[in-house]
Ligand binder design. Structure first.
Ligand code: PLP
Length: 397
């Protein structure tokens, strides 16, 4: 008999599987070119050739015992962590060293390592709606719970006045994500300054540190010259989580890192605990070959122009068809207001037009739907008449 705690996950998973199967069935029935699947955040730009070349070079040039072996430290190879630290220093004027970096199995494991480091059972984590659906599961993994700070749907910047009201004795961490999945919004410097003030004041009042976990797998995906602020510049008790899943299109390779700045309260203990958390959670160390490849490709980037073209065409096409949405500044998602109140019902109607989108209620923000525009440009262009027909059907209802 499986654990009771797993039953809701199993049921939820069947719903996701049903959606995938339905998408695959529709592709078989109507032809893949006639199904407009905006449901998945899987990069549509292949990983840069430099990554493949780096892997070949590593296999030819480096000691196989090193390349495929356990790492001496659960935090990863020292030279790889130094390469990451120096890269961040060049970008942000910081002075990190290997000791500030922990290599992780993608952003997902990084979040779990960070939460394991700071959470005791019964603690609470706050996240701003809409947020990446897994955050709540990750908090539960460590006996904690996640509470959603309701969205500010005017701007989709974090709702800071509500945050202040919701912080309490149990609050140990706040998770933010910018550029944001699902809205594409980049949190402004002003927002981060205010957020930092609130967290500093509340930490003082409560007598314990509230850590800020900044989940940044989309950091490089920002458009129109928008600057993504470096969060530890605003709040010293920030842990940054990063991954190359989106920025180098390597989601299956499971590679990322955490930054523990030296300014963190209880830094030595925290970084030591995180190193151990990487081990006891069973990750042991981040995958070795791809750690080394990431270090060699530290200055590489994806062709963001592909996503930018999709973003503009889909955004303008949707406005033209009568939809409302905030223009995304980053990531590869559009968060569109559902033209009817029930976002799940809207998704079901959209499916009749061969359009697959995800309800906002999956991101703790009902009344909206998420479209992942990391798809082919043809999919975007060919979907637009169907979005129009969908809107016409809704308006005639
Ligand atoms: N955080 C956010 C906001 C995401 O959108 C995702 C994946 O889509 C992740 C974390 C997990 O990323 P990774 O594949 O690096 O574990």
């Amino acid at each position: 008999m499986i654990a009771k705690s797993m039953i809701p996950y199993v049921e939820g998973n069947s719903a996701i599987r049903a959606m995938f199967e339905e998408g695959a069935r529709m592709a078989r029935q109507f032809g893949p070119e006639n199904v407009y699947d905006f449901s998945l955040g899987n990069p549509s730009v292949p990983a840069p050739e430099e990554v493949n070349q780096a892997i070949r070079d590593i296999l030819d040039e480096e000691d196989p015992l090193l390349v495929h072996g356990y790492n001496q430290s659960n935090s990863g190879y020292e030279d790889v962590r130094t390469a990451v630290a120096e890269h961040l220093n060049r970008l942000h004027g910081t002075s990190y060293a290997a000791g500030n970096i922990i290599m992780t199995v993608g952003a997902a494991s990084g979040l779990n390592v960070a939460l394991k480091t700071f959470l005791d059972p019964g603690n609470e984590v706050l996240a701003f709606a809409p947020y990446f659906v897994e955050y709540s599961n990750y908090a539960k993994n460590h006996g904690a719970s996640l509470r959603a700070v309701p969205a500010d749907t005017e701007t989709f910047q974090p709702n800071l006045s509500l945050l202040q009201e919701m912080i309490g004795e149990k609050t140990r961490a706040v998770i933010i994500n910018s550029p944001n999945n699902p809205t594409g919004v980049v949190y402004s410097e002003e927002t981060l300054r205010e957020l930092a003030d609130i967290l500093t004041n509340c930490s003082q009042k409560l007598g314990h540190t509230i850590y800020l976990i900044s989940d940044e797998p989309y950091r490089e995906l920002a458009y129109d010259g928008v600057k993504v602020p470096w969060v530890p510049d605003f709040y010293p008790n920030t842990i940054v989580g990063y991954s190359w899943s989106k920025s180098l299109s390597l989601p299956g390779e499971r590679i990322g890192y955490l930054v523990f700045p030296s300014e963190l309260d209880d830094f030595e203990n925290a970084v030591n605990a995180a190193n151990i958390a990487n081990r006891v959670l069973g990750y042991v160390n981040a995958p070795t070959l791809i750690q080394r490849a990431a270090a060699r490709c530290i200055e590489c980037s994806t062709d963001i122009g592909v996503y930018d073209r999709n973003r503009k065409t889909l955004y303008e096409g949707l406005l033209d068809a009568g939809y409302t949405c905030t223009k995304p500044q980053g990531a590869f998602y559009l968060f569109v207001k559902s033209p009817i109140e029930d976002d799940k019902e809207f998704c079901a109607i959209a499916k009749k037009h061969h359009i697959l989108v995800v309800p906002g209620s999956s991101f703790a923000c009902p009344g909206y739907v998420r479209m992942a525009y990391c798809v082919s440009y043809d999919t975007i262009v060919n979907s637009l008449p169907h979005f129009k027909e969908l809107m016409e059907e809704i308006q005639a209802m």
